[in-house]
Design a protein around this ligand. Structure first.
Ligand code: SF4
Ligand code: MG
Length: 328
């Protein structure tokens, strides 16, 4: 398998200023992540909101600059590139955002939105660019005749199709899908996911698919990584992860019963309390404050991410005594 993106020791910290009774401090949004994304795969990246998964995706695109670590894209060290050298790189990596409402400029036509990258990269004459845009609209299931319309004239699902077409315009290799269906009705979610899968097949795309919901990434992913407070706690082939979840946190996420009542929190067996503040995360294993299996050493040391076999990686002392020397 060819590695398209290689992350090593990635760290992205945010300084938080004191405000409204909150103490100042540092949030380690991404706290020592090693991860490979293989060419042509969909890697699902799952965790509760605030666990660092969006930040991790943004570091790959250099929308965030990490404090430490490596981002290697197809053999190129992305973080050391000059701004100019980054431009052709940018076209190979695109992002689809969660909220199609706020990520589309309401004053631009669909043609301008989808064609923006073509304009920036000076591709073709205007009429040629519009032909490319019409073809992209057709590809994502929009009517090319609607090229002069504005985003508010489209439904939520159609707006996300506009976002997908925009991401495709420059023939990317990698698309970071950041909660692309989380704002959509459940009935529309499957349509957009199926569209993404068809496009992946046709254009040989690689996806990093970020979601807070393990059930959403199940269908589309080849492998799944679970993140908790800045660290990967489990990473496995999809079938291994869903059939044999090995980290206590993954087990909790999988057991979380969806509830029919909007606004009601899903019941979580095997977990205590709320997600701790990322500002002062628990020492040792970050999950120790909520884990029903917690042992003394879990409070003092961070477990290392250890391969249980066939690339099924788990960060938990129930599976290995190995301590992560680079984490506190
Ligand atoms: Fe639970 Fe300890 Fe494993 Fe952390 S290392 S998940 S606290 S058993
Ligand atoms: Mg997010």
């Amino acid at each position: 398998k060819q590695i398209l993106v290689r992350l090593r020791g990635l760290r992205k910290h945010f300084e938080v200023k004191a405000d409204m009774g909150r103490k100042s401090g540092v949030v380690k949004a991404v706290d020592g992540v090693d991860l490979d994304i293989y060419k042509g795969e969909t890697l699902g990246l799952v965790g509760e909101s605030g666990c660092g998964k969006s930040t991790l995706g943004r570091c790959i695109l250099r929308l965030e600059h990490p404090e430490a670590g490596e981002v290697v894209y197809n053999g190129t060290d992305v973080l050391s590139l000059s701004r100019k050298a980054m431009i052709p790189m940018r076209s190979k990596m695109q992002i689809i955002f969660q909220d199609p409402y706020s990520s589309l400029n309401p004053r631009q036509t669909v043609g301008q939105i989808i064609g923006e990258g073509l304009t920036i990269h000076n591709i073709g004459k205007k009429s040629e660019r519009m032909d490319i845009v019409r073809a992209l609209m057709d590809k994502v299931g929009l009517r090319p005749g609607q090229i002069m319309r504005y985003p508010h004239e489209f439904s939520g699902g159609q707006r996300q199709r506009i976002g997908v077409a925009r991401a495709l315009a420059l023939n990317p290799e990698l698309i970071i899908c950041d909660e692309p269906v989380s704002a959509l009705d459940v009935s529309i979610q499957a349509q957009v996911i199926n569209l993404l899968m068809d496009l992946q097949e046709e254009f040989n795309l690689t996806y990093l698919f970020v979601s807070h919901d393990l059930s959403v990434v199940k269908h589309i992913s080849d492998r799944v990584a679970v993140m908790y407070l800045g660290r990967i706690v489990e990473l496995a082939d999809k079938h291994a992860l869903y059939d044999n979840p090995s980290h206590p946190y993954t087990q909790v996420l999988l057991k979380a019963a969806p509830t029919a009542n909007v606004g009601e929190k899903p019941k979580r067996e095997g977990v205590k309390g709320e997600l701790p503040s990322p500002l002062n995360p628990p020492t040792g294993c970050h999950f120790h404050t909520r884990c029903v299996h917690v042992m003394d050493k879990c409070r003092q040391h961070a477990p290392a991410l250890t391969d249980l076999g066939d690339g099924h990686m788990v960060r938990c002392f129930l599976h290995s005594d190995k301590i992560a020397e680079d984490l506190d």
